[in-house]
Design a protein. Sequence first.
Length: 377
Amino acid sequence: MITRRDFVKTASLSLAAASPVAALARPAAAGASPELLIRRTVRPVVVSDYSGWEFKNGGTENAVQRAFRLITEGRDVLDSIIAGVNIPELDPLETGIGYGALPNAAGVVELDASCMHGPKKRAGAVASLQGVRTPSLVARAVMDHTDHHLLVGAGAQQFARQMGFKIEEDLNTENSRRLWREWKRRVDPEHWLDPNRRESREMAAGRSMVRDGLIGEGSFWGTINCNAIGPNGDLCGVTTTSGLAWKIPGRTGDSPILGAGLYVDNEVGAAGSTGRGEANLYNLSSFLIVEAMRRGLSPKEAGMEALKRIRANTVEARLLNSKGNPNFNIRFFALNKRGEYAGVAMYHAGETKYAVCTENGAQAIELEPLLPGTPED
Ligand code: GLY
């Protein structure tokens, strides 16, 4: 009788020789059955939203390139993708993530981040964190050093200080301060008196700044989600953001909430998101996508299922365009255990691409939309 056992390759991967499944026979000990060793390897893949392609912080690598390089050098997958997203976090030109991100309504940069380690089944997150340029690393420290999954506000900052992170007085740059002043100029100072009016005025002011080319649509909801699979099938994910531009202080989006802006199950896949976080908080879309992949859907089918759910659950008139569809965009990046991936969006509008890095190098790929047209239709 032939016994089988899986032999998982953990040494650094020779990409040229990589094959999804390789079998080799091990000589039988005297009197024993020969053992068939099945070595499973996966093509490493790093998938991220467009920030992972666009920003290099003055260096030579973008986030997906750095993450891919570190994974193929044998580094832990979560370490690698966090090192990747540190690039846009630190890049002052990226106004939706980390240092120099668009601040909240009070002019203060507040950051959210989460991370999940598939094989260790551990997670950490921070929300409304002020003063630390790299919230993804603080989320990682929550995962590594506490029994908890989420620290917020002043407690998160105190924790970061205790962990040795540099706490800065202000993460604004002159650019983010200038844009905040412009936003204040466009908002009725009496908007706090009427929540419904406030909502429409805040959104209208923010959107008008996108239309006028002052801020990118990606910066309005600016976020990076980056997910990867390593050569031995380890899946990890990270999401980091300054959240919605000009938000009410303390507003927390989907990014630090497990199941909303990020979810990883090492046996199934990983998913994360950028775009209107409230839609993800309501629908727990990243969890929904991973569960859909568990049922056998491809990453694209699973992402589309989440988009359809969001569309069905978006019923308030203030959130609908003239066609009765959501008047916001949202994007998902999904990766399964086989290394198959997809990037999908409610609309092919604004940021229309996402980033992928494989052994063939980094590329920006068109997102696949659920709906035609744009959120403004
Ligand atoms: N998706 C980022 C946020 O809404 O905060």
